[in-house]
Design a protein around this ligand. Structure first.
Ligand code: NAP
Length: 242
């Protein structure tokens, strides 16, 4: 099946994606920013499916670090068949009070990190004339959200980047898609105040949060040949929230 890189694979949605892609038969590279021990735990679960799984720590916002990591992955495991741009952070705050640093940090990780990896891995996939890239956007990148101007801007940016990359890489057999989850159980949503969580649930038709595994299934589909004629798309998975 080849090699799949999952950025931010140490926790939450990224951990579920890593395990699902291992189950699908991919050798998996699990990237993290700092939680190496957690990532090792995910790698162990991936190896139970009989594939290779390695942990690589680097900051996706750092272009040189992305280049060095991808070069090493190519030498050790081969040209990636799948890239999942999942690493992401939030630094919430109301727009008028938001510090420029809060904006920069979120855009650097979520959008610039996705650009960095898409450009570097996309160039390799272009030469190989094959590959599938899936990036994590968010429903708030479509709808906006009070208190998340930085995050919503970064996730809207991921959609524009995905659609443009799909147009540039499609002729050479490289597909680029995005998933826009709604409210999914993870560390990212766990820290929200109870009243905010209640308010979110009230807006969801299915009256429950999504599970990381439900997002992993969509990424697995988009990465696979079952999605061989799908590119430039954003799949919304929000239990009927938008
Ligand atoms: P999470 O539980 O907070 O995990 C974030 C992951 O990203 C961790 O593995 C973290 O690594 C990694 N990461 C953060 N900054 C990084 C950096 N600079 N370089 C490399 N890795 C970095 O998040 P999640 O809820 O699973 O979300 C995963 C993705 O889905 C994100 O892009 C998020 O925006 C998107 N999303 C989530 C939801 C939701 O409701 N949870 C909804 C819509 C979209 P460490 O463990 O080392 O810190």
């Amino acid at each position: 099946m080849g090699v799949a890189i999952v950025t931010g694979g140490s926790r939450g949605i990224g951990a579920a994606i890593s395990e699902k892609l291992a189950k699908d038969g991919y050798d998996v590279v699990i990237n993290c920013a700092s939680s190496v021990e957690k990532a090792e735990g995910v790698a162990e679960k991936c190896r139970a499916h009989g594939v290779k799984a390695v942990v690589k720590q680097w900051d996706v916002a750092d272009y040189a670090a992305c280049e060095a990591a991808v070069k090493q992955i190519k030498e050790e495991l081969g040209v990636p068949a799948v890239l999942v741009n999942n690493a992401g952070i939030t630094r919430d705050g109301l727009l008028v009070r938001m510090k420029p640093d809060q904006f920069d940090a979120v855009v650097s990780t979520n959008l610039k990190g996705t650009f960095n990896m898409t450009q570097i891995v996309g160039a390799m996939m272009l030469r190989a004339k094959a590959g599938s890239i899936v990036s994590l956007s968010s429903v708030v990148g479509i709808s906006g959200n009070a208190g998340q101007a930085n995050y919503a801007a970064s996730k809207a940016g991921v959609i524009g980047l995905t659609k443009s990359a799909a147009k540039e890489l499609g002729a050479r057999g490289v597909r680029v898609n995005a998933v826009a989850p709604g409210f999914i159980e993870s560390d990212m949503t766990d820290v929200l105040p109870e009243d905010v969580k209640k308010g979110m649930l009230a807006q969801i038709a299915m009256k429950r949060c999504g599970r990381p595994e439900e997002i992993a299934d969509i990424v697995s589909f988009l990465a696979s040949d079952a999605a061989s004629y799908i590119t430039g798309q954003v799949i919304v998975a929000d239990g009927g929230m938008l």
